[in-house]
Design a protein around this ligand. Structure first.
Ligand code: E4P
Length: 273
């Protein structure tokens, strides 16, 4: 499984790449805002074009998703092309992230054209990461429209299932892949029992028909979910830096380090000076 870092924070991205575990980057408007707010809070002058250029350069050789912020098909296509033309020459690694359906609510039929943007951009040779996927059907349609990547949001499905069941939870709390029962009934969203179940259903369906699209398990909030995304056969997991760091932690690793450090023979260290 490839690992992308889900961040627009240059320091985090540089660190994850220095660890040698990063195969790409995903950003979204919220992550971009977080990164920009951090810079501004530090009193640094913001030149967003230069910042994105540095980000793309850091991730050279691996794909970086930059998201559109428009809602109509024509505006998304135009903005996606502009983003690509503006930045792909930096390191030839730009992907355009397009929402599968940019409507704000069920009856907003004027903003239902995410797929049209996916199709038009893909036909022009621009790789598209189709985002905000919450059902396997959305993933299927995005793949048919030509997306290079589909991003099912696992954590947000878990949030919704827990919220609808009136449960108290933290965003990072583990939610079992096989789902949770309340009063003997398995919580589900139209046949999806957990975020990882959503990822697995997307992988299975898209694999059956060999679309060549890659599934990015997104909105992953803890190491165990990353493990389960790998077990589900997800091609990629996009992980916040904190989750990548938490994947390295174990009490026995810390204890082992402490014990080994206590036993170091001074002559051994001296020999290596
Ligand atoms: C995916 O591409 C998104 O950027 C991201 O994974 C969303 O995660 P969140 O639900 O934790 O905000």
């Amino acid at each position: 499984m490839k690992i992308f870092i889900d961040s627009a924070d240059l320091e985090e991205i540089k660190q994850a790449y220095a660890w040698g575990v990063c195969d790409g980057v995903t950003t979204n408007p919220s992550l971009m805002k977080k990164a920009v707010d951090k810079l501004v809070a530090k009193g640094e002058k913001l030149d967003i074009k230069e910042y994105i250029t540095r980000l793309l350069d850091t991730a050279r050789g691996t794909p970086v998703s930059l998201e559109v912020t428009e809602y109509s098909a024509s505006a998304m296509i135009e903005q996606g092309k502009r983003l690509y033309d503006m930045f792909n020459n930096v390191a030839e690694n730009v992907n355009i992230k397009v929402p599968v359906n940019p409507a704000f609510k069920n009856d907003d039929i004027t903003h239902f054209d995410g797929l049209q943007a996916v199709c038009a951009l893909s036909e022009q040779g621009i790789p598209v990461n189709c985002t905000l996927i919450f059902t396997p059907e959305q993933a299927l349609l995005a793949a048919k429209a030509g997306a290079a990547y589909v991003s099912p949001f696992a954590g947000r499905i878990d949030d919704m299932l827990r919220k609808n069941a009136g449960m108290k939870f933290e965003k990072t709390d583990y939610f079992p892949a096989e789902g949770i029962k309340r009063d003997e009934v398995l919580l589900d969203d139209d046949g999806v029992v957990s975020g990882i179940d959503l990822v697995e259903q997307c992988v299975d369906i898209l694999g059956l028909y060999e679309f060549g699209v890659e599934v990015i398990a997104a909105s992953l909030r803890n190491p165990r979910q990353a493990r389960e995304a790998a077990l589900a056969g997800s091609h990629i997991a996009t992980l916040p830096f904190g989750v990548i760091r938490d994947m390295l932690k174990h009490a026995k690793t810390f204890e082992g380090m402490e014990l080994f450090t206590r036993d170091i023979v001074p002559e051994y260290v001296a020999m290596l000076k």
